[in-house]
Design a protein around this ligand. Structure first.
Ligand code: HEM
Length: 474
């Protein structure tokens, strides 16, 4: 493990770990309680600093200690800043670190459990049942659908137009999920569906930020909007399930797999409510994350013309004027580096939480049972101990030969271990197909080269505002 105590910080932070109150604690041999930040407050702990800007909070904290104690109001938990310890939690001892019940209850509210929210046997059989829909061989057949949706979007774009990239990419990635996972065209229902998922993401984000939870049955504007959003999602997905039940043609997609699935040790199949929860979780987890990553890429390229030029040269070399297919994706190596570097700086899932079932020891630190553990993904991906000039956008750091030296749990925008993102191969191929199609047709510019790229945190970390960009012909 990295020696945290001897090394000088490259970029000193004004925040330090708080001195221990009792001499005894420092004299005791291992394990010891994790330290807290020196600016942690008596009443609210780290709540105001964290909620003010969770991203800077996490980037600062990662430099302080491998594991820290954190408190948001009355909720206290541990922050994991070290890749070895992250690996221990997510892989080696993963049976002790389950999905965090508070987060899962917020996500499941009004719906049902799904692959994302379950644990243990219940999770494993779902994962095994759904995995074939995401195998490389299966994904290989989805390139045409992705290219076709992108072509349809491009047909509505013209030079001189200003496009809100966040919305445009969310629509495109939602159409892609509809086509690739359920073989349906979401365009007819798109306005309602798009708004419903936005309401869902915003409400979950707000509910997670509350230190004192409000009951979901209270007839507040927020709760009513959330219930209406769930109803829209149900109303859109139910006819898709019904139509497929009566279809005689197998589609070999995720929906066929979900419909055929038999629950473990019984002949019981998913009920419609369970099916909708699973389908909806895929739409939710799969479209926004990919859309915001694409948006960040366009914005970063507009600010880094030298990277854009290298990318365009790769498109020319590999594609020779054609639209990309799945077969081209492995050859778009610099494109992959640009995607990785963007995900390093702006991981949509900037942190993830787990719940310690039993008391344990993380590195030198004792942790209590029944407490949450937050894995500092964005912090580790931007820690100056491991990354030269981490604030700079530099896709060369992801050159293939460098990957071997890197700790697998230091860079994990899709997570690592058994719970890693099931959609990673789809998301990566999708982005590698969409990027050349858009960038070879249009140059996208920001209002000014000085435009700063600000973030917001709702459920995922996303660009602040619409990220409006101007299209001009290549
Ligand atoms: C750039 C795009 C994406 C990013 C950054 C991303 C990130 C992640 C991360 C970090 C996790 C782990 C969450 C946790 O356990 O704490 C995850 C899980 C998951 N993702 Fe993705 N994801 C992306 C795209 C997709 C796509 C396209 C799909 C589906 C089509 C998808 C479906 C899922 C599902 C179902 C899980 C839960 C897996 C399990 O627990 O077994 N994701 N994703």
């Amino acid at each position: 493990m990295h020696n945290w105590h001897e090394e000088q910080f490259t970029r000193p932070s004004p925040v330090r770990v708080a001195p221990r109150r009792f001499v005894l604690a420092t004299l005791t041999t291992h394990p010891i309680a994790p330290p807290k930040r020196s600016d942690s407050k008596w009443m609210m702990g780290d709540a105001s600093r964290y909620f003010d800007d969770p991203i800077s909070f996490l980037k600062e904290s990662v430099q302080l200690a491998p594991v820290m104690s954190m408190r948001l109001g009355y909720v206290s938990f541990y922050l994991v800043n070290d890749p070895d310890i992250a690996q221990y939690v997510l892989q080696k001892k993963n049976a002790n670190y389950l999905k965090e019940p508070h987060l899962m209850s917020v996500i499941e509210a009004g719906g049902d459990e799904n692959l994302f929210t379950t644990d243990g046997e219940e999770w494993l059989w779902r994962r095994r049942m759904m995995q074939p829909a995401f195998h490389r061989k299966q994904i290989a057949q989805l390139g045409d659908a992705i290219a076709d949706e992108t072509r349809q979007m491009l047909a509505t774009w013209q030079a001189g137009q200003q496009v809100g990239m966040v919305e445009a990419m969310k629509l495109l990635t939602m159409y892609v999920i509809g086509r690739t996972m359920y073989n349906v065209d979401f365009k007819t229902d798109i306005n309602g569906l798009h708004d419903a998922y936005r309401t869902m993401a915003e409400t979950i984000g707000k509910r997670l930020q509350r230190t004192i939870p409000l009951p979901y049955w209270l007839p507040t504007t927020e709760n009513r909007a959330y219930t209406a959003a769930l109803e829209t999602i149900r109303a859109t997905l139910t006819p898709i399930i019904e139509a497929r039940r009566y279809s005689t043609e197998p589609q070999y997609d995720l929906l066929d797999m979900l419909l055929a699935a038999k629950l473990e040790n019984s002949n019981k199949q998913f009920t419609d409510t369970e099916l909708i929860a699973e389908m909806s979780a895929i739409v939710f987890a799969g479209h926004e994350t990919t859309a915001v990553t694409l948006t960040w890429i366009f914005a970063l390229l507009a600010k880094h013309p030298e990277v854009e030029a290298k990318l365009l040269a790769e498109f020319d070399r590999v594609l020779d004027g054609r639209d990309p297919t799945m077969a081209d994706v492995p050859n778009l190596t610099y494109t992959t580096q640009v995607i990785d570097e963007t995900l390093r700086l702006y991981p949509p899932a900037f942190a993830t939480s787990r719940h310690a079932a039993a008391a344990d020891q993380l590195g030198d630190y004792a942790i209590e049972a029944k407490k949450a553990v937050l894995i500092n993904i964005i912090g580790m991906q931007n820690n100056p101990r491991y990354w030269d000039a981490p604030e700079q956008f530099n896709p060369d750091r992801f050159a293939p030969e460098k990957a071997k030296e890197r700790h697998k749990y230091l860079f994990m925008p899709f997570l690592n271990g058994p719970r890693k993102c099931i959609g990673e191969p789809l998301a990566r191929s999708e982005m590698a197909i969409i990027l050349p199609m858009i960038l070879r047709r249009f140059r996208l510019t920001l209002p000014s080269p000085q435009t700063t790229l600000a973030h917001d945190v709702r459920f995922v970390m996303e660009p602040r505002g619409a990220m409006t960009m101007l299209l001009s012909d290549r």
